[in-house]
Design a protein around this ligand. Structure first.
Ligand code: HEC
Length: 287
């Protein structure tokens, strides 16, 4: 009896811990290393009011938002950042039709080869091409950016701690350093050619502010405020980094359902197997 009770309690405890772990990200992060010191300047990234549509176990992509994010990437970020692990045909996953994807691809120039003499040329993209890099190589990229290298953005939300909120915060983190801090330490003064951004690990970033109000005109009529664009580009980059995010969550629910069903089945067969061996309470003993 005690063993059975102990077993049930132990099972419940494990289930409880796993449930908490999956539902409250960060609540039980004993398994993860703590924040490195250089990220200590800014303690907490900000999140949009009401969160992202893909947050939580029941999250979903908002395809309208992903398309707006793509527009921001195309019209703003792609001047400096590549997105090399995403192909044009992947845009179908965010609601573009096949002809639209073909037209989108053709609106980009990708590196190609002249079929006559093999020399390097630019040609319009086709759906199977990946998003091209705006620079020929790293040297050129640095030469255009005060010697800093704009990273490829495909996996950026994975490559930074709390990456989704980090990108969202970084895009809105341009500011002036606190004059009191500057008076206290010359380290707070922004060097020429760099920009103060309180979310960047060393507070001075080589990327100029990008998402100025109205820098894009959304084709769906949404007002292009800095906050709106930051939210949209973050959603788009989250999708680019993990297109199967929503499927993964749905699979989780399916697995939980299956395990519950298997538990029920196990319990019922246990009952059947032992039905003849164990007398019911109050019934006369079997001999
Ligand atoms: C004019 C060029 C330029 C444009 C346009 C640009 N960036 Fe950047 N970006 C940079 C450079 C340069 C860096 C590297 C900064 C550094 O290391 O100081 C960078 C770095 C970043 C980083 C990485 C920060 C880190 O933690 O290392 C992110 C994220 C980023 N950019 C997002 C964006 C997004 C999103 C857009 C479009 C809305 C964009 N960038 C547009 C030049 C640009």
């Amino acid at each position: 009896m005690t063993i059975r009770l102990g077993g049930i309690l132990f099972g419940l405890a494990i289930t409880g811990v796993l449930l908490l772990w999956s539902l409250l990200p960060g609540a039980l992060n004993f398994a993860f290393p703590t924040k490195p010191d250089y990220y200590a300047f800014q303690e907490k990234n900000i999140a949009p009011e009401g969160g992202f549509s893909f947050d939580g176990p029941l999250g979903k992509w908002d395809t309208q938002q992903l398309q707006r994010g793509y527009q921001v990437y195309k019209e703003v970020c792609s001047a400096c950042h590549s997105l090399k692990f995403v192909a044009f045909r992947n845009l179908q996953e965010i609601g573009f039709t096949e002809p639209e994807v073909r037209a989108e691809a053709a609106s980009w120039e990708v590196p190609g080869i002249d079929p006559k003499d093999g020399s390097a040329i630019k040609r319009p993209g086709i759906p199977t091409d990946q998003f091209p890099s705006p620079y020929a190589n790293e040297v050129e990229a640095r030469a255009f950016n005060n010697n800093a290298l704009p990273p490829d953005l495909t996996l950026i939300t994975k490559a930074r701690k709390d990456g989704v909120h980090y990108v969202y915060s970084l895009m809105q983190g341009y500011n002036e350093p606190d004059p009191e801090d500057v008076a206290k330490s010359p380290d707070f003064e922004t060097p020429p050619g760099l920009y103060f951004n309180e979310y960047f690990y060393n507070i001075n970033i080589a990327m100029p502010p990008q998402l100025l109000d109205g820098i894009v005109t959304y084709s769906d009529g949404t007002e292009a405020t800095t906050e709106q664009m930051a939210q949209d580009i973050t959603a788009f980059l989250t999708w680019a980094g993990e297109p199967s995010l929503i499927k993964r969550k749905q699979t989780g629910w399916f697995v939980i359902g299956f395990l519950l069903f298997a538990t029920f089945l196990g319990f019922m067969s246990y009952k059947t197997v032992w039905a003849t061996k164990k007398p019911k309470k109050g019934s006369p003993d079997l001999v």
